[in-house]
Write a protein that binds this ligand. Structure first.
Ligand SMILES: [Zn+2]
Length: 151
């Protein structure tokens, strides 16, 4: 167990602007929402870990990604509950729960209680707040290899 203490990443808006694309900045730092079906990852099926675009904290695994039909990448569980923080969002009349990166406060999206089992949650994320770290292809971990019988 290497549970290093979380160190919040604090940068000025100017610093973030240098590190991020305008869209990433707008979503992750200014709490914007990308348009549905336009993001990089809503339809991605590449196995890997989705990290915070700002600070690299692992947030979601492709193992928990599901097709929600919303046009945003959706997950039923974070990689580690302590890596995300949930904040009550009263910015609209509708009450929603905002999800932010626990390390750097990047706006990620919202969580809704209408997801699939086992959690019943739907983490509706913005691609612009995520960076996919693809899994390396496993070298010899294929259980369905060719059935060869050498004489
Ligand atoms: Zn972060």
């Amino acid at each position: 167990m290497t549970n290093s203490p979380k160190r919040p990443v604090e940068l000025s808006p100017e610093e973030w602007k240098k590190r991020l694309t305008p869209e990433q900045y707008q979503v992750a730092r200014a709490k914007g929402t990308e348009r549905a079906f336009t993001g990089e990852y809503w339809n991605s099926k590449t196995p890997g870990t989705y990290r915070c675009v700002c600070c690299g904290t692992p947030l979601f695994s492709s193992d928990t990604k599901f097709d929600s039909g919303t046009g945003w990448p959706s997950f039923w569980e974070p990689v580690e509950g302590s890596n995300v923080r949930e904040v009550e969002d009263r910015s609209l009349t509708m009450r929603r729960t905002e999800v932010v990166c626990a390390a750097c406060d990047a706006h990620l999206g919202h969580v809704f209680p209408d997801g699939p089992q086992p959690t019943g949650l739907r983490y509706c994320m913005n691609s612009a707040s995520l960076r996919l770290d693809p899994d390396l292809p496993a070298a010899t971990d294929e259980s369905d290899g060719p059935d060869e019988t050498d004489g």
